[in-house]
Design a protein around this ligand. Structure first.
Ligand code: OOB
Length: 570
């Protein structure tokens, strides 16, 4: 995956899937006939919402300058239309992919709706992404625009944008924030300022590129259509019983699929409720906003939910408006799940989803036992779920197996085509998750077969980090594996086969670990992807065909951790 590029470079021309090519024609027809898919698109989403909900409050959010703003549906719609015209004027064209990398601020919401309004395609980067990821999105999506801010959480996005623009001179940087001016390129004199000239997309056309947790090399781009994504939004809003009284706190990164659509920002706006953006997810900020804004619902990944449960009760905020806490993105242990009601005085809803599609929910009227012990059941009656053994044979209810799925909002291929590793011949997506399906149809997540590390809510691709490690002269081979962690669920340990024979020498070990950390940082990796731990080894355990056996590495790690634990306890 490492490309030895000389700069400056042209942004690659990447063909996007044509409308109607994302699903087989017969499948599309069936989903339309059943009413799952409609003609609605995200280009008209806000217009429709504004005509239904007019002056009701749509959003409460800080701008990048720190000022809190409240907008009605009409005002939000007007702001997005205005911004869409600006985007046309700076040279963004319908169909262009634009990477959106913004924190939880008002500008994010306006930007995404503005892009949809002018039939452009947002690429949903996360604030934690760095050069490595953003450049990959530019190259693999042929993205012409990068919408970002000056700085956030101690990182200069402006400097990164400048660097990328130097390396890709055609890149249009849309820089938000104080005195940022909105764009680094002067308005194009030829662009018409009118939105009237923009042809609205078809509902089966590509609407956005979501980003996978990344299972091989680098994050894969997930092509979602208007019709499939909107169906998941409508159905999620229905299951979660959203209405005009819903006040949803956006505490997780806004652009994540969970936050956008399960039911998230889009579900709430579809139902006429209010989204309240939280600048940071710390218990004090969250508690203050729940009280001040009478929040009824919010969503967290397990480590965040745990921090809230541990700290919020002692802070003394009035949390009585809170009805539902959604937890998803990684396994929430029954032990933690059972503490939600008593610590936060609200109901728990478990959400097991993936940016590729399938989302499972526990229902609001499910028995307590189901909400604590399962990760829910598929949202749609048309979701097809298979639980199979290693040979692809379905296993009986109650037994563990690989989860495969197909349905009205699950992709049939990543951007760039179908790879047989991720999709079977019948179009089922191989989720990589190991689950048990109970007799009642509810799923319990048991683990996964892909080598993805789930560090808190963040997913780390072992192969991606290994590729970067291998680029260092010290490294002969590398394998990243997960270490169980009481707080994060998992953290990462890099096993490294080094060129010199230093295994066992602890001072060398420390300086090598430091050197590799610095190396990864210099390659522009997000901080959460830098291994938490390094082990230097003389050889790797291997499988029958000579591949590194991660299973054995994990076991070795578990053994040494056990040994350490029993040493410290005596
Ligand atoms: C969500 O989406 P992604 O694409 O970041 O990650 C998907 C993967 C799943 O394949 C599974 O391995 C894991 O994250 N996962 C869970 C889980 N929810 C997701 N594992 C155990 N228990 C859960 N509740 O993470 C995502 C997308 C939409 C809604 C919610 C989460």
């Amino acid at each position: 995956m490492t490309h030895h590029t000389t700069y400056p470079q042209a942004i690659p021309t990447v063909a996007m899937p044509a409308p109607g090519s994302l699903y087989p024609a017969s499948v599309e027809q069936a989903y339309r006939q059943a009413g799952y898919w409609t003609d609605e698109t995200f280009a008209e989403f806000l217009d429709d919402a504004a005509s239904r909900f007019g002056t009701q409050e749509a959003v409460v959010a800080n701008r990048l300058d720190g000022q809190q703003i409240r907008l009605s549906y009409q005002e939000l719609n007007r702001a997005a239309a205005q911004r869409a015209k600006q985007l046309l004027n700076v040279g963004i064209r319908p169909g262009d992919r634009v990477i959106v990398q913004l924190p939880n601020v008002l500008e994010y919401l306006i930007e995404v709706f503005a892009l949809w309004r002018m039939a452009a395609v947002p690429v949903f980067a996360l604030p934690a992404h760095r050069r490595s990821e953003i450049e990959h999105f530019i190259r693999s999506a042929g993205a012409r625009g990068l919408s970002t801010c000056q700085q956030h959480a101690g990182f200069s996005h402006q400097a990164l944008a400048a660097e990328l623009q130097r390396d890709y001179p055609d890149l249009i940087v849309l820089l938000h924030g104080e005195d940022a001016g909105g764009a680094t390129q002067p308005p194009s004199p030829t662009a018409s300022a009118g939105l009237e000239s923009v042809d609205l997309p078809a509902s089966h056309a590509l609407a956005m590129l979501q980003v996978s947790g990344g299972t091989t090399g680098v994050p894969k781009l997930i092509p979602r259509s208007h019709a499939d994504y909107l169906y998941s939004v409508r159905r999620s809003a229905e299951i979660c019983k959203l209405n005009t009284a819903t006040r949803f706190l956006v505490a997780l990164p806004a652009s994540h699929n969970f936050t956008m659509s399960s039911p998230g920002i889009l579900g709430v706006l579809y139902a006429g409720g209010t989204v309240v953006f939280c600048a940071d997810p710390s218990p004090s900020t969250v508690g203050a906003l729940i009280e001040a804004e009478a929040i009824t619902m919010t969503a967290a990944v397990p480590p965040l939910a745990m921090a809230w449960m541990n700290i919020l009760p002692a802070l003394g905020f009035d949390l009585s408006s809170l009805e539902v806490l959604q937890v998803g993105g990684a396994k929430f242990t029954p032990q933690a799940a059972s503490r939600v009601a008593e610590t936060l005085q609200c109901q728990l809803q478990q959400v097991f989803g993936m940016a590729e599609g399938l989302v499972n929910y526990t229902r609001l009227d499910d028995p307590h036992e189901v909400c604590i012990h399962t990760q829910g059941r598929p949202m749609s009656p048309a979701d097809e779920v298979l639980v199979v053994d290693d040979h692809g044979q379905e296993v009986p209810a109650g037994q563990r197996g690989h989860l495969l799925t197909r349905g009205p909002y699950t992709i049939r291929g990543y951007l760039g085509g179908v790879d047989a590793g991720s999709f079977n011949e019948e179009g089922f997506y191989r989720t990589g998750d190991i689950v048990r399906r109970r007799e009642d149809g509810y799923l319990v997540v048991e683990g996964r077969d892909k080598d993805q590390i789930h560090r808190g809510g963040e997913k780390i691709s072992a192969e991606e980090i290994e590729d970067h490690l291998l680029a260092h002269s010290l490294v002969k081979d590398a394998a990243l594996v997960a270490i169980p962690d009481a707080y994060l669920g998992e953290r990462s340990c890099a096993f490294v086969l080094v060129a010199e024979d230093i295994a066992g020498d602890s001072s060398q070990h420390r300086s090598n670990a430091e050197a590799l950390r610095a190396h990864l940082k210099a390659r522009g990796l997000a901080a959460y992807k830098i291994p938490d731990d390094f082990r230097f080894v003389r050889q790797f355990p291997v499988t029958g065909v000579g591949k590194i056996s991660r299973k054995q590495l994990r076991r070795a790690l578990a053994d040494t951790l056990d040994a350490q634990r029993s040493n410290t306890s005596v």
